[in-house]
Write a protein that binds this ligand. Structure first.
Ligand SMILES: NC(=O)c1ccc[n+]([C@@H]2O[C@H](COP(=O)([O-])OP(=O)(O)OC[C@H]3O[C@@H](n4cnc5c(N)ncnc54)[C@H](OP(=O)(O)O)[C@@H]3O)[C@@H](O)[C@H]2O)c1
Length: 332
């Protein structure tokens, strides 16, 4: 089968032919139709160290058709269109066929095109797990406030919609006219600038005591001091971005504030007992997408899937200026 791989200790993408994989007991073999490129792809590319004989296939956000199933599969049948983010410890979806554990998969939202659907799985799972599993937000929190740092990126564009849907007051951050407009269009009540002091801007908006929740979707170190200031006493902060350096937590202690991490590959990487939650999240999100309660965040499509377009997509993501999602569609 065709694939786009990192090979021979090089960091360049190559168009290659490799053997089609065989499904394990819980696996679906999926014929890939479109893939979304994420910062995790560029981070994994940078971290990849290969010997001469090794090949690595990246890509963990895709839509395709189930063409074969493992012996214990119960959730899907061949012929179904599915979407998934997957498991960063396994080969990814820059390939004509990929394997995915059925418990990490959802049915493709019926009303969306293949590329509109491919934009959604990884960012939706991340935003959903961060808001509801890590920050523990429930319907009764309606009316409370949340600061979303990086409103226009892939995760922020979904998190803003989900938070607004359950009635939170959403203050999102953006710094350019086009990202400010995008963020407002995805449901933010207020947009403030992440290149200026956040606490000061929140005070100017009337959040004198700070906000109830903060979701950090960009450089955690850069926003750390401001987040400690901006969180209200007994508030909750979640970040999805690794800390590059140690930080002081004394103000969080003083405020009895909670800090948590969200990593959407935790459930698959550690094979947690509740791994099927990602199937449930994608199923609920598909209903919301089909019902108009959630909009796709697709913003750019490249085609076909080959080394040149994957390289182009990585350059765009690495620019740090992406708005919403970038999808690469179809093998030639
Ligand atoms: N833990 C996980 O499971 C997980 C999952 C997904 C993503 N991530 C990580 O989360 C981060 C965001 O990824 P993403 O795909 O959602 O978005 P993204 O595409 O990386 O975000 C691009 C946006 O970042 C904004 N930005 C630039 N400088 C900023 C700053 N100083 N503060 C806040 N925002 C700034 C820009 O907005 P302006 O142009 O308006 O400045 C730009 O539109 C990445 O580091 C990614 O690796 C983690």
């Amino acid at each position: 089968m065709k694939a786009v791989g990192l090979t021979n200790a090089l960091t360049d993408f190559m168009d290659i032919e490799i053997a089609q994989p065989k499904p394990g007991t819980h696996d679906l073999l999926v014929k890939i139709k479109a893939i979304s490129i994420n910062p995790v792809d560029t981070k994994q590319r940078e971290a990849t160290k290969l010997s001469e004989e090794e090949v690595r296939i990246l890509g963990w956000d895709a839509v395709g058709e189930v063409v074969e199933i493992g012996s214990d599969v119960t959730l899907f049948k061949t012929g179904q269109e599915v979407c998934f983010a997957g498991d960063v410890t396994r080969p990814g979806a820059y390939a004509e066929f990929t394997l995915i554990d059925e418990r990490l998969v959802g049915a493709k939202p019926r009303s969306l095109s293949v590329e509109e659907a491919a934009a959604m799985p990884l960012t939706t799972i991340t935003a959903w797990e961060a808001l509801f599993d890590r920050l523990g937000i429930v319907e009764e929190d309606s009316g409370k406030s949340i600061l979303i740092i990086n409103g226009a990126g892939g995760v922020g564009s979904v998190a803003t919609q989900l938070a607004a849907n359950i009635g939170l007051e959403v203050i999102a951050t953006a710094s350019r006219p086009e990202t400010i407009e995008w963020t407002k269009n995805h449901g933010a009540n207020h947009v403030i600038n992440h290149r200026e002091n956040l606490t000061k801007q929140l005070k100017n908006l009337g959040y004198e005591k700070g906000v109830d929740f903060i979701l950090c979707l960009h450089n955690t170190n850069a926003h750390w001091d401001d987040m400690q200031e901006a969180i209200c006493p007994q508030g909750k902060i979640c970040s999805i971005v690794e800390l590059a350096e140690p930080v002081k937590m004394s103000l969080l202690k003083d405020k009895s504030a909670t800090f948590s991490y969200e990593f959407m590959f935790t459930r698959s990487k550690y094979d947690t007992d509740d791994k099927v939650k990602q199937h449930e999240i994608l199923t609920k999100a598909a209903h919301m997408l089909d019902g108009g309660m959630l909009q796709t965040t697709l913003n750019k499509v490249l085609s076909p899937i080959n080394a040149a377009t994957i390289e182009e997509a990585h350059q765009i993501i690495s620019s740090g200026k992406m708005i919403g999602k970038l999808v690469v569609k179809g093998f030639e």
